[in-house]
Design a protein around this ligand. Structure first.
Ligand SMILES: Nc1ncnc2c1ncn2[C@@H]1O[C@H](COP(=O)(O)OP(=O)(O)OP(=O)(O)O)[C@@H](O)[C@H]1O
Ligand SMILES: [Mg+2]
Length: 271
C-alpha cells in the first residue's frame, strides 16, 4: 500500500491562540480517512492546511511523495469541498462543473457527458441550466461535491459535505460516495463531527480534540479499544465502569457494540 498523503508536524496557531499543533497523519492510496471531533477542534484547519488554503507555522505536506507545502491550492493535486459550498454565483450549474475540465482542455462533448453523469450521481439530473441561487443549500452542496469529483484529484478533501442534507439523503449520499470511492480507488479525507457517519464510512478514523490527534485507527478499533477516555466518551453511549486504568476501564464497551452495529444498518464497513 502506498502512502498518498502525509502530514508531518503540521502546526497552525491563529492570532487568538487557537488552531492545531503537531498533526501527524498518513493516508494510503485508495483510502477514506475521516477527521472526527467536536466543533472547533481543528478539523477544517487541518483540511485547509492539506489543500493549501492557509500558511502553516510549521510542518510539511507530502502528496504522492512530493512536498507541496509551499504550493498554492491550484498547484496542488487536491480538490476541496468546503464546509460553506463555494459555487460561482454568476455561473450556471453546468459552467460551475465544466470550468475545471475546460481549463484542462477536455473536449466539449466529453465535458457534457461527464457533467451529466456527475449530476446524476449527486441526484440532481438535468440541473445544468440552474444558477446556485435557485438551489437549496443541500443542492448547492451536492453540486460542489460533483464539481470536486469531476476533477479526479490525487486527494479529495471533503469538509462536512453532507451537513445541509436531510437524514435520508445524507445516508444515500454517504453510500454513493463510498461506492464511488471504492470503485475508483479515490483517496479521501472526510471531515465530520458525526460519530455514526465516521463509523459507517471510514477505513480509518482520526479522532481530534482541541487541536491535536487523540487516536488514529479503523472504526471498529476506535469503538472497541479507545485509547483515551476522551475518545471513549466522544464515540458514543457506553457503560463506564469506574476505577481501574488503561483499557480495563472500558470493559463495559462490548455490551453495547451489538446495539451500535444494529443502529448503523447492514452497510457498516467494519471487517
Ligand atoms: N481564521 C481564523 N482566525 C482565528 N481563529 C480561527 C480561524 N479559523 C478557525 N479558528 C479557530 O480555530 C479553532 C479550530 O477551528 P476549525 O475551523 O479548524 O474547527 P472545526 O473542527 O472545523 O470546527 P467545526 O466542526 O465547527 O467546523 C476554533 O477554535 C476556531 O475558532
Ligand atoms: Mg470546520
Amino acid at each position: 500500500m502506498s502512502v498518498q498523503l502525509a502530514v508531518r508536524g503540521l502546526t497552525k496557531r491563529y492570532k487568538t491562540g487557537e488552531g492545531v499543533t503537531g498533526i501527524n497523519l498518513e493516508v494510503n492510496k485508495g483510502e477514506l480517512v475521516t477527521l472526527l471531533g467536536p466543533s472547533g477542534c481543528g478539523k477544517t484547519t487541518v483540511l485547509r492546511g492539506i489543500g493549501g488554503f492557509l500558511e502553516p507555522d510549521a510542518g510539511e505536506i507530502l502528496i504522492e511523495g512530493k512536498r507541496v507545502t509551499q504550493l498554492p491550492p491550484e498547484k496542488r493535486p487536491t480538490s476541496m469541498v468546503f464546509q460553506s459550498y463555494n459555487l460561482w454565483p454568476h455561473m450556471s450549474v453546468y459552467d460551475n462543473l465544466a470550468f475545471g475540465l475546460k481549463i484542462r482542455g477536455m473536449p466539449k462533448a466529453d465535458i457534457k457527458s461527464a457533467v451529466s453523469d456527475a449530476l446524476r450521481l449527486v441526484r440532481l439530473p438535468g440541473a445544468e441550466k440552474k444558477y446556485p441561487t435557485q438551489l437549496s443549500g443541500g443542492q448547492q452542496q451536492r453540486v460542489a461535491l460533483a464539481r470536486s469529483l469531476l476533477l479526479k484529484p490525487a486527494v479529495l478533501l471533503l469538509d462536512e459535505p453532507f451537513s445541509a442534507l436531510d437524514a435520508k439523503l445524507r445516508h444515500e449520499m454517504r453510500e454513493e460516495l463510498r461506492d464511488i470511492q471504492t470503485q475508483k480507488g479515490l483517496t479521501m479525507v472526510f471531515v465530520t463531527h458525526d460519530q455514526e457517519e465516521a463509523l459507517s464510512l471510514s477505513d480509518r478514523i482520526i479522532v481530534m480534540n482541541h487541536g491535536h490527534i487523540e487516536q488514529i485507527a479503523p472504526p471498529q478499533r476506535i469503538y472497541n479499544e479507545p485509547e483515551t477516555l476522551y475518545v471513549a466518551q466522544f464515540i458514543g453511549k457506553m457503560n463506564f465502569f469506574g476505577g481501574g486504568g488503561g483499557r480495563g476501564a472500558y470493559s463495559g464497551r462490548r455490551a453495547v457494540v451489538a446495539e451500535r452495529e444494529a443502529s448503523l444498518g447492514g452497510r457498516s464497513r467494519w471487517p
